[in-house]
Design a protein. Structure first.
Length: 442
């Protein structure tokens, strides 16, 4: 038989859809129930944890209260005992307690009276000195006394230092094999020693002793900051800036004797504008570390910077040449020289603010300023002497000697004690016609 088709296809589809929807709703409800079960389970776990924590807190509180009660009771008993003891003390205290008196012997301290020496300064009745001037005079006297005390103290300190240096120097000279002169005076000769007396009569003359003038020379070196240089022997040459038969001791920075220099002459040069002192020792020897070396042909040189020029000039007048030029001539030469070198050029120009003296064809104690084209000071030249040299090619040479260059606040001495400045393409006829002394150079 042929299979019959369903006469109601739509109704069958609807029935399957309903069945499916019913099964899907059941699944959703089952899932919601599972979610709720998990939520309740977690809530139960949280409640259990809270209960456990609350139990722990109760146990801790109970433990603290267990110790707190005995402590409070003990504190109460202590307070009650203290109150009872205080009450007993108040009741049993006597009305008039015995007084404790310390009786010391009554003795008046001795009286010491020091009567100052009366000093009375009286002015004449008809004096023209005012009271204010008189008081100022007394104040100056007090200040002079104070300065005198300071000077004596400083001299004593310097003397002590020089004595210690001398003793250490003699000891070190003996250590390196030299024969220092005896410090103590020799014992007087007795009749039992005739051979010694005869030998002393026939002996050669001793080396010249240290004179007070040489001692003051050592003091000037020490005051200028060079105490490690000391003249042990020397003879002043009158009229010349030098001393002869010289023995110079030199110490190092550690206070140890470095060398001993013996020379026939020691020549001094004082650079007044630079504030330097130059010492040259010639014709002699230098002993260092036990070895003796002959001085070179030109000698050995020591430079001392920033010395007290005024003190050296007073103590050693030969260091300062005597000037005799007319002040009007000096001013005229200074004005002529400044007019010739002050023409403004791209390289700059010069000024001459100071000229101290004129010695023949040499200018003495000169200060020259160098400016750039804009008028800014570049450097200052301080020299003891200046010589103007005219060259045949039209150049002018300014030869400075014994001085320093001050540039940027830094002082630099001349190399080999000389400094040259060249002025190119100069009007030589104007230079020759001026009052400035010059030297012609081919």
């Amino acid at each position: 038989m042929k299979k019959m088709d369903n006469p109601y296809p739509d109704s069958e589809n609807e029935t399957s859809l309903e069945a499916r929807s019913h099964s899907g709703g059941s699944n959703l409800k089952l899932r919601d129930v599972q979610v709720l079960n998990r939520s309740f389970k977690r809530l139960a776990e949280v409640q259990e944890a809270l209960l456990v924590q609350m139990g722990e807190i109760d146990r801790l509180r109970t433990r603290r209260e267990r110790w707190l009660t005995p402590l409070l009771a003990l504190a109460g008993f202590s307070a009650a005992g203290a109150a009872g003891w205080l009450a007993w003390v108040q009741q049993n205290q006597p009305d008039n307690p015995p007084e404790i008196q310390v009786i010391a012997p009554q003795q008046e301290p001795p009286t010491i009276v020091v009567q100052p020496t009366p000093v009375t300064v009286e002015a004449p009745a008809q004096s023209s000195i005012s009271p204010g001037a008189f008081e100022r005079l007394l104040g100056e006297l007090d200040s002079l006394r104070a300065e005198s005390r300071e000077d004596r103290k400083r001299i004593a300190e310097l003397t002590e230092r020089l004595f210690q240096k001398e003793q250490s120097g003699l000891a070190e000279m003996a250590a390196i094999g030299l024969n220092p002169a005896a410090v103590d005076s020799p014992a007087p000769l007795t009749p039992q020693e005739p051979e010694v007396a005869e030998a002393s009569v026939n002996s050669s003359p001793a080396e010249p002793l240290l004179s007070p003038w040489i001692g003051a020379l050592n003091g000037l070196l020490a005051l200028d900051g060079y105490p490690h240089f000391r003249f042990e022997r020397g003879v002043r040459v009158e009229g010349e800036p030098e001393i002869s038969e010289v023995t110079l001791l030199v110490w190092n920075v550690g206070g140890m004797l470095d060398s001993v220099v013996k020379a026939e002459t020691a020549h001094f040069e004082l650079h007044r504008m630079a504030g330097d002192l130059v010492l040259r020792l010639e014709n002699g020897s230098r002993t260092r570390a036990g070895a003796r070396h002959i001085l070179p042909e030109h000698g050995i040189r020591f430079d001392f910077s920033d010395v007290d020029v005024e003190s050296w000039s007073r103590h050693f007048p030969e260091l300062v040449p005597v000037g005799g030029a007319d002040p009007d001539l000096i001013q005229s030469v200074r004005a002529n020289l400044e007019a010739l070198i002050s023409d403004k050029r791209p390289s700059g120009y010069y000024r001459v603010p100071v000229l101290g003296d004129i010695d023949g064809g040499v200018l003495k104690m000169v200060q020259v300023h160098r400016y750039d084209a804009a008028g800014h000071l570049m450097r200052t030249l301080d020299a003891d002497s200046l010589q103007v040299r005219l060259h045949g090619n039209g150049d002018v040479e300014l030869l400075f000697r014994d001085g320093v260059i001050v540039e940027g606040g830094v002082r630099r001495p001349f190399f080999d004690d000389r400094f040259r400045a060249y002025l190119p393409r100069q009007p030589l006829d104007d230079w020759r016609a001026s009052a400035v002394p010059f030297v012609e150079v081919e």
